[in-house]
Design a protein around this ligand. Structure first.
Ligand SMILES: [Zn+2]
Ligand SMILES: [Zn+2]
Length: 263
């Protein structure tokens, strides 16, 4: 058994992926997938953080390629989305332009960057202090509270730079999970982490994320989860289903119902 639905798919436009929407859709159909959501890294109206996202003028071609995937694979429900960093100044662009005028089916909230003391730091590599972890939890919370996002991508990426679980990582996880329950925004168990180099830690080798102790806390809070592959290459469109499903089952996590997105 593999993904029947995967809501986290990129295209070459983000500069660290390959293939275009029809290439991913073809592999998804061959693997028995029924719902495929595209969620490339969104362009921002002011061109900020441009190195890992499409340029704003590429947005029409991105949408056209998703439409082409939809036409070529009538048996597949193809959704149009974006993966977005949330700050208040971009709320209008996400709400009025993407979800509004352009009719996007959904947006993913993702906190690759954390605001700490007026500076933006990488959440993957610099959430190593109690204050940075608290700031990461805070931006995840603000992202959920915006009401713009269908779920939060890889909430446990602080596992990349924290080798061991501590009371500080636990506090960060609890804050994020409590916000998820309070806002009703599910959290993603992300398959891409299994395909990245594993981390050598005092407790042994493990994926940088998903980080198991985070998901234990998520289960205790009653968080709803979304399982995705986070494909950056067509051959990965349904990859690591068994791994994310095993984590779900290990802690008895319950999947969110995202059928509302398929209208
Ligand atoms: Zn990416
Ligand atoms: Zn992604």
């Amino acid at each position: 058994m593999g993904f029947l639905a995967n809501y986290h798919t990129h295209t070459f436009r983000c500069k660290h992926a390959s293939g275009d929407a029809p290439d991913f859709a073809r592999v998804a159909v061959a693997g028995g997938c029924k719902v495929l959501g595209f969620s490339d890294h969104t362009p921002l109206p002011d061109g900020r953080w441009q190195d890992f996202r499409m340029y704003l003028p590429e947005i029409d071609a991105y949408e056209a390629s998703v439409r082409r995937a939809r036409q070529e694979q009538p048996a597949l429900t193809v959704l149009l989305g974006m993966e977005c960093e949330y700050t208040r100044e971009y709320g209008e662009f996400y709400r009025d332009e993407l979800l509004g005028r352009r009719g996007y089916d959904y947006l993913i909230g993702a906190c690759h960057l954390t605001e700490l003391d007026g500076q933006w730091i990488g959440s993957f590599d610099r959430t190593t202090t109690p204050r940075a972890l608290a700031a990461y939890a805070a931006i995840c919370t603000r992202t959920m509270e915006s009401g713009l996002f269908a779920f939060i991508a890889h909430p446990d990426i602080f596992g990349c730079c924290n080798p061991v679980w501590t009371s500080d990582t636990a506090a960060c996880a609890r804050d994020i999970c409590a916000a998820s329950v309070a806002t009703g925004v599910p959290l993603e168990i992300n398959g891409l982490g299994f395909r990245k180099p594993w981390l050598d830690t005092p407790d042994g080798k493990r994926p940088q994320y998903p980080w198991a102790p985070f998901w234990k806390i998520a289960a205790e809070h009653g968080v709803r989860v979304v399982l995705n592959s986070d494909a950056h290459h067509p051959q990965d469109v349904l990859a690591n289903y068994d791994d994310v499903a095993a984590l779900r089952d290990r802690f008895g996590l319950v999947e969110a119902d995202l059928s509302v997105l398929t209208r």
